[in-house]
Design a binder for this molecule. Structure first.
Ligand SMILES: CC(=O)SCCNC(=O)CCNC(=O)[C@H](O)C(C)(C)COP(=O)(O)OP(=O)(O)OC[C@H]1O[C@@H](n2cnc3c(N)ncnc32)[C@H](O)[C@@H]1OP(=O)(O)O
Ligand SMILES: O=C([O-])CC(=O)C(=O)O
Length: 382
């Protein structure tokens, strides 16, 4: 057995996958053969979820059937809504509330006894989870605002319906399209930490609810999905400090601070999703407040041109521009990472189902560095 240690499993191949391919040297991302740019331009989140779960893009009839089926699954039980309300009253954060509520969804699962090896049943469960997460999150925000949840509108797509349930108002076309595109960009990304977490759970043949709940937990950390919230908080910190963004970023790098939204385990160049989101941020800035777009580009230019970070392979990742896009759509900052999870649930589910097709328990090992042999003294003599 090879004894070389790969900290953080960097570069270790653990599975084959037909879902997404990343070329980190040139900044290319593909879902099942389609470039992320083409999907962002020409598909909806539902089409992408279908692509990830079924392997091909749907035709019109398949899409209508799939979207209707998902829309019909959006309601959540009153007991879950009550739990969300209680979590809001306890001042719980939205990401943690969502983790709890998603775990609780299994209590209303209509096929609780289905064998986890039954792919079709797991897919139906996965579809229910992805359909219900927006309802959970929007209800959280409504309760937090002292309002009652808004019932889902089956005539709206997943993205527009989420914005509608959160605000009580149907979003305009720009907001709905921008948000849908953001969901597409976040849907899948190889064996990132949260997807791998879901796969590890799935590899024990645990159910899909456990796998998605685990994925949410892994995504919440600041080194992973939590960075999108951190980016926006930094932008606000800069704005409120009254400092020129250049001064702030100079000081931050001198202090050895990590800049959230920069760096990636796989990309050594700018993330292709960051380029798309940067463009959306620029477009929104044209009709709204250009401040956030200006600060982000100033930071990026400084780190690229002056600090040469990009030459060192540390470039903007997907989280760098998503925050300012969501901010301009009026979404509360602590909802950014839950929104990431809302989208990534389709990727987690796709990877678990794919891995389970030829399942093997994931079980690596650690090099033992503890003492070799110790004598056990009785309690009173220790
Ligand atoms: C959706 C996503 O999960 S995308 C990632 C979201 N996370 C962030 O944006 C948080 C900020 N970024 C980071 O912390 C890292 O870049 C990670 C965790 C994403 C990638 O980590 P790893 O691949 O393990 O790289 P690692 O942490 O070893 O960093 C490598 C080098 O780049 C530097 N570096 C990495 N990210 C940054 C950053 N954001 N700012 C400044 N320097 C950085 C490190 O200091 C390290 O330098 P050193 O070798 O001189 O010590
Ligand atoms: O791939 C990764 O390591 C992080 C991730 O989830 C993403 O960039 O979307």
């Amino acid at each position: 057995m090879a004894d070389d240690l790969k900290k953080g499993l960097e570069g270790v191949l653990v599975a084959e996958s037909g879902l997404s391919s990343i070329d980190g040297d040139v900044g290319r991302l593909v879902y099942r053969g389609y470039t992320i740019e083409d999907l962002a331009r020409g598909a909806s989140y539902e089409e992408v979820a279908y692509l990830l779960w079924h392997g091909t893009l749907p035709d019109e009839e398949e899409l209508a059937e799939f979207s209707d089926a998902m829309a019909a699954e959006r309601d959540v039980d009153d007991a879950i809504l009550e739990t969300i309300r209680a979590l809001v009253e306890a001042d719980e954060r939205p990401m943690a509330a969502m983790r709890t509520a998603v775990s609780m969804l299994s209590s209303s699962e209509p096929e609780p006894d289905a064998d986890p090896a039954d792919r079709e049943a797991s897919l139906r469960k996965g579809r229910r989870i992805t359909a219900k997460i927006p309802t959970i999150l929007a209800a959280f925000e409504r309760y937090r605002q002292g309002e009652e949840p808004v019932d889902p509108d089956p005539s709206l797509g997943l993205a527009a319906n989420f914005l509608y349930m959160m605000t009580g108002e149907e979003p305009d076309e720009v907001a709905a399209e921008t948000f849908d595109q953001a969901l597409i960009l976040h849907a899948d990304h190889g064996l990132n930490a949260s997807t791998f977490t879901s796969m590890v759970i799935g590899s024990t043949m645990a159910d899909i609810y456990s796998a998605v709940t685990g994925g949410i937990g892994a995504l919440s950390g600041p080194l992973h999905g939590g960075a999108n919230q951190d980016v926006m908080e930094v932008l606000i910190e800069i704005d409120e400090s009254g400092l020129d963004p250049l001064e702030w970023v100079e000081q931050a790098t001198e202090d050895g601070r990590r800049i959230p939204g920069f760096g990636h385990r796989v990309y050594s160049v700018k993330d292709p999703r960051a380029k798309i989101l940067q463009e959306r941020s620029r477009e929104l800035a044209e009709t709204g407040d250009s401040k956030w777009y200006d600060i982000t580009t100033t930071i990026e230019d400084y780190l690229t041109d002056e600090k040469g970070l990009v030459e060192k392979g540390i470039a903007p990742n997907v989280d760098f521009y998503s925050g300012s896009v969501y901010y301009q759509l009026g979404i509360p900052i602590d909802m950014y990472t839950p929104i990431f999870a809302m989208s990534r649930s389709s990727g987690w589910i796709a990877h678990v189902l794919e891995y389970q097709e030829e399942n093997r328990l994931i079980r690596p090992r650690a090099r033992y560095t503890g003492p070799d042999e110790r004598e056990l003294a009785p309690l009173e003599e220790r």
